[in-house]
Design a protein around this ligand. Structure first.
Ligand code: SF4
Length: 259
């Protein structure tokens, strides 16, 4: 069953974090209300995409206006996000991606890794001087989140899938936009304090590590994935505090095995 299933990186990552959460989200399909941080991240992603489509701050701000009008973000978040997008635009007008061309936004990837079908979606594909780059954009409060990225399985997975689609000359750009400091002090904090871009050229060892990670996650959870046992809740306050299923978690109990 594991081999027959197609897995997204996000489903694998959720399964690795907490089996019970994976069950709620991907098997039981429970509704989840995005947190305000998630809603802000979604609005910023739409604004960054609009900026790259038009290279225009008003176009990016229009995406934020839409999120405000739809009630996804509040006026304070909207003002902060408009400020941040202005810095984002200034960074990219002179930064290392200034001459890159947009090939595609929201590109779907699919391929086989560690014997299972894996799918993923990258935020963009850019063409640089010597190769194509798939781009993963993240918003978050601190640099450590960005710096942790190279040790996750995600770069290896995306690089391998991108190779299947575009051939050997691909790389990965991790772009991290920092939302931690909504201080409008232009002198103390120049635009490059808000945007971090890291280039990850193709490296076979990243793919090998990603395959080892996929095997480990699926082997560890095999019985749960195949419905032979109930999924185990991680019950770790650091993980659970941002989980949308806290209310339903302990009620799920063993009934799920009958699904
Ligand atoms: S509340 Fe914690 S243990 Fe329960 S599903 Fe969420 S992350 Fe897992």
């Amino acid at each position: 069953m594991i081999e027959a299933q197609s897995w997204s990186f996000s489903a694998l990552s959720t399964l690795a974090t907490c089996e019970r959460k994976w069950h709620m989200r991907y098997r039981a399909g429970l509704e989840e209300e995005p947190t305000s941080a998630q809603a802000l991240g979604t609005a910023l992603h739409a604004a960054m995409q609009a900026w790259w489509d038009h290279r225009s701050v008003p176009a990016a701000e229009a995406a934020l206006d839409q999120a405000l009008e739809a009630g996804h973000i509040d006026p304070g978040q909207h003002a902060d996000a408009c400020w941040l997008i202005g810095r984002y635009a200034r960074y990219h007008l002179t930064g290392p991606l200034r001459d890159f061309r947009v090939v595609e936004q929201e590109a779907d990837l699919e391929g086989t890794l560690a014997g299972v079908r894996i799918r993923g979606r990258v935020d963009a594909v850019l063409e640089g001087k010597d190769r194509l780059w798939v781009v993963e954009r993240k918003t978050g409060k601190s640099w450590p989140e960005a710096l942790k990225t190279p040790i996750s399985a995600q770069p290896g997975i995306y690089l391998a899938l991108a190779r299947e689609r575009w051939g050997p000359d691909v790389g990965l750009i991790n772009e991290h936009v920092r939302t931690y400091r909504w201080i409008r002090d232009e002198h103390k904090h120049p635009p490059h304090d808000s945007v971090y871009v890291a280039f990850e050229p193709f490296d076979a060892s990243l793919v090998q590590r990603a395959e080892a990670w996929i095997r480990l996650v699926l082997e560890r959870a095999q019985d749960a994935v195949e419905g032979q046992r109930a999924t185990v809740p991680v019950l770790n306050p650091w993980v659970c505090r941002s989980c949308p299923y806290q209310e339903q978690c302990l009620d799920a109990d063993l009934e799920e095995v009958e699904l």
